[in-house]
Design a protein. Structure first.
Length: 107
């Protein structure tokens, strides 16, 4: 469970960091733009640190991370941009999450 905590925290930081970067690059007021890009930079550095601190082999961490990242990106896409995933995205994502579960649970 500790491994999953590191990976979940990393995916939250990456998804929100990416959303802030996307918003900051297109924001029309310079102080707000810089604040969003600065926040994104901190979150993206934190994501890299957390993922690499996870007490698991890197290849295994990456497999689990991809499934978590898919779910987190869909949640962030809805929360920040109000975009729902299409049926194709959900079906493909189900395969991604299933693969990640196999990697995580196969011991």
């Amino acid at each position: 469970m500790r491994i999953f905590g590191f990976i979940l925290a990393a995916t939250i930081c990456e998804a929100i960091g990416d959303a802030l970067m996307r918003m900051g690059l297109h924001y029309h007021v310079m102080p707000g733009r810089l604040a969003m890009i600065g926040g994104a930079t901190i979150l993206l550095a934190t994501y890299g640190t957390l993922l690499n601190l996870a007490p698991i082999e890197f290849a295994e961490a990456t497999g689990v991370y991809i499934g978590c990242l898919f779910a987190m990106f869909q949640a962030t896409n809805y929360l920040f941009f109000r975009v729902l995933p299409t049926p194709g995205v959900l079906l493909g994502g189900a395969f991604i999450v299933a693969g990640s579960a196999i990697i995580y649970l196969w011991r």
